[in-house]
Design a protein around this ligand. Structure first.
Ligand code: GDD
Ligand code: MG
Length: 455
């Protein structure tokens, strides 16, 4: 039984050639044909990167060809946020160096500060890039002015307590990154996220190109102003060193395997052979700034799976009062998303090498992801109706799975309930800019050449 009302489609969406003859450096991808639509949310089947640096040529109708010029144009409007917590300095340097020069980089660090911390060395790296012409901004998650800026501009939820500092967590770092980008970089239309522990810099270059490809694909069928877009990446494989010294190239991570399987039960229960959702935990993802400030974000590592929950709720289950049958489910406080949302999933050519995590970290991460789905959809499963009954069953099954795999919260006996932050659009960005400006300006805006920008 389908969990939600679907209008799955199979139609050609994009023209095969989006570039001029004679060029090179183009990106070739498979053309996604199947989409699943839930009200104003449309999710596309995974597109695969076929060639990274192709000569322009005739391609068949199942292949998309995107010009380097088009991708560069999009990247020049993109902020790449690099969340970082005490990663190896050489790796951080590699990541920043691999972000295309046309992007603006924003390092959001929660690394240790003080005389024995490495943050000051991260600053030196960022400044060195800036002095060589690369636009690199940086901010520390525990920056006192950043906390004051959130407090003063109307988002105190992100602080430990009134007057305290910004909470720890990757999600919180990303939230700070979005707020800084929205407040100080109004000319940037897109925001992407790339982990600082990417051991292979070449992957990062491809991730950024794939973000741009996803936006280009989205913009082909509707103007960028008419819709929100999100691009989520699935890497080709993750190399795991085994005890015999050999590498195994696994195609799905330990956490993704679990979270994707439940998202598929929710969004695409009929797709048993080829899973439709492959990017539930896409650490590397990007979106239009308009969407980034509208979505509610979950704390820590629940942030990526929760995107799907908020987009589903506010694109399908929550509708403006009285316009659809589902309006009765609308919790008063949640506005529906104002434009259609397209989610493009892209599988890269490069493998993803990163710092290895232990089993306990993985367990906490999938439990947080499932918890964000379980609790995020809770308001919609208590009303009679076929969708809601199916949601209830899904939730029960998810709970049972977590119970047998040590995923329940010890104290509540439930899946962990994520902290969910209000959308950033509720903040007063002008106030945020005024409070944070002096701190950001001294350390990094000037070194990134931002004082000449209009903000
Ligand atoms: N600013 C900031 N603040 N960054 C942080 C924090 C924090 O409190 N905690 C972690 N980070 C940074 C790390 O330094 C790293 O660059 C990135 O966030 C991801 O953290 P990892 O600890 O490496 O996460 P992971 O590899 O287990 O999981 C990644 O992949 C998952 C999908 O497999 C993350 O990107 C997950 O969000 C993703 O779901
Ligand atoms: Mg990692």
């Amino acid at each position: 039984m389908a969990v939600l009302t679907l209008s799955p489609q199979s139609r050609p969406i994009w023209p095969p050639r989006l570039c001029q003859r004679g060029g090179s450096g183009n990106l070739l991808l498979t053309r996604p044909l199947k989409t699943r639509k839930f009200g104003s949310l449309e999710i596309f089947e995974e597109a695969k990167v076929l060639e990274l640096n192709a000569q322009v040529r005739d391609v068949d109708t199942n292949t998309l060809q995107l010009s380097k010029g088009l991708l560069d144009k999009i990247l020049s409007k993109t902020v790449i946020v690099v969340p970082c917590k005490d990663e190896d300095l050489a790796i951080i340097r590699g990541v920043i160096s691999a972000v295309p020069a046309s992007c603006l980089v924003l390092l959001v660090s929660n690394s240790k500060r003080g005389h024995d911390g490495q943050y000051k060395q991260e600053l030196e790296i960022a400044k060195a890039f800036s002095s060589n012409g690369k636009r690199v901004l940086y901010i520390h998650q525990k920056d006192a002015r950043a906390a004051s800026a959130f407090q003063a501009s109307g988002l105190p939820e992100v602080l430990n307590h009134a007057g305290g500092s910004i909470r720890n967590g990757k999600g919180e770092g990303m939230l700070l990154g979005i707020a800084v980008a929205a407040a100080f970089c109004p000319d940037q239309h897109y925001i992407g996220f790339v982990d600082a522990d990417n051991l292979n810099p070449g992957s990062v270059t491809e991730y950024c190109a794939a973000f741009a490809a996803g936006f280009a694909m989205s913009a082909m069928s509707a103007s960028p102003e008419a819709e929100h877009s999100m691009v989520r990446l699935k890497w080709a494989s993750k190399p795991k060193e085994r005890s015999n010294g050999r590498f195994e190239f696994v195609t799905e991570g330990r956490c993704s395997r679990i979270v994707n399987s439940w998202l598929n039960k929710l969004f695409a229960p009929g797709f048993t052979d080829t899973p439709f959702i492959t990017t539930g935990n896409a650490g590397e993802h990007a979106m239009t700034m308009g969407l980034a400030v509208k979505l509610r974000m979950a704390a820590g590592y629940a942030i990526e799976p929760f995107h799907f929950v908020d987009m589903l709720a506010r694109g399908h289950l929550v509708t403006p009062e009285g316009t659809q049958a589902h309006a009765r489910l609308c919790p008063n406080t949640l506005p529906s998303l104002d434009k259609p949302v397209r989610v493009v999933q892209i599988r890269t050519l490069n493998p993803h090498y990163h710092r290895a995590s232990d089993d306990e970290h993985i367990r906490r991460m999938w439990a947080a992801g499932l918890g964000s789905i379980y609790h995020g959809l809770a308001p919609y499963r208590s009303v009679a109706g076929s969708d809601e009954c199916a949601l209830l069953k899904l939730s029960r099954d998810m709970h049972d799975f977590a119970a047998t795999h040590d995923g329940l919260d010890q104290s509540s006996g439930e899946l962990p309930r994520p902290r969910v932050y209000p959308a950033l659009e509720n903040m007063d960005l002008q106030v945020f800019r005024e409070v944070l400006g002096p701190s950001l300006g001294f350390g990094s805006v000037r070194s990134a050449g931002l004082e000449t920008w209009s903000y």
